[in-house]
Design a binder for this molecule. Structure first.
Ligand SMILES: Nc1nc2c(ncn2[C@@H]2O[C@H](COP(=O)(O)OP(=O)(O)OP(=O)(O)O)[C@@H](O)[C@H]2O)c(=O)[nH]1
Ligand SMILES: [Zn+2]
Length: 212
């Protein structure tokens, strides 16, 4: 008779800690952290700024990669200003930005750019479905594993996305507080932000006020 062998997943661990200086955040010192055995095999990165000792849980942002917004400064989305905001807050009070390689809500860069063309006519989620992909293909298993490897199991999470909160909690990370990100509205991203609020369940409470 053949015995079934069950193998336990290898826990994610820290691979290297690389010191850097954040010129865009008043020269604060930070560490870039890489990992062994991330569950999805992607090269996710953590940027850690040490927090002053105290009772407050450290501030953490899970930031999904957006080359067009983060690097090129495209105004089609709010990713660039959200990343700037997160880096500014974390440089000021300590904490971590996890930069997750989940471009285009997990569908990749070229697919995202294909959906931009379709978004002349339909919202961001429908456009994903029109190319045969899910509305949002991200999951935060790797992010939870990174946080555990960093010893950050009780955090304040900077987000308007309830999926991030729900999933981290389901993975055993204590989200002591949800800190909303700002609403970074531009003429070009207004329809995208409205879709996130109305169809994606994001808590973008300022949107209606800001849009009128
Ligand atoms: N498919 C697709 N992805 C997009 C579009 N606009 C932005 N994105 C991607 O959406 C993701 C946004 O990531 P985040 O800002 O971390 O997440 P969020 O869901 O907006 O949640 P919070 O910012 O935490 O409130 C990135 O991966 C972007 O590349 C779009 O029109 N289509
Ligand atoms: Zn973006």
């Amino acid at each position: 008779m053949n015995a079934t062998i069950h193998t336990l997943p290898v826990p994610t661990s820290v691979r290297a800690r690389v010191p850097i200086t954040l010129t865009r955040a008043a020269g604060r010192r930070a560490e870039l952290v890489t990992f062994h055995d991330l569950p999805d095999g992607e090269e996710h990165l953590a940027c850690l700024v040490p927090a002053a000792p105290g009772d407050r849980a450290p501030l953490v942002r899970l930031h999904s990669e957006c080359l067009t917004g983060d690097v090129l400064g495209s105004e089609r989305c709010d990713c660039g200003p959200q990343l700037d905001e997160a880096m500014r807050l974390i440089a000021a009070e300590g904490g971590a930005v996890l930069y997750l390689r989940q471009e285009g809500r997990g569908i990749g860069l070229y697919n995202k750019l294909d959906t931009y063309v379709l978004q002349e006519h339909v919202d961001t989620f429908t456009a994903n479905r029109m190319i045969g992909r899910g509305d949002d293909e991200r999951d935060y298993t790797a992010a939870a594993a990174m946080l555990r490897a960093l010893g950050l199991t009780r955090i304040r999470l900077l987000t308007n996305n309830p999926d991030k909160v729900r999933e981290l909690r389901a993975h055993g990370i204590e989200v002591a507080e949800v800190v909303p990100t700002g609403t970074h509205l531009t003429a070009e991203n207004a329809r995208y932000l409205a879709a996130k609020a109305e169809l994606g369940g994001h808590t973008l409470a300022l949107l209606q006020e800001a849009a009128v």
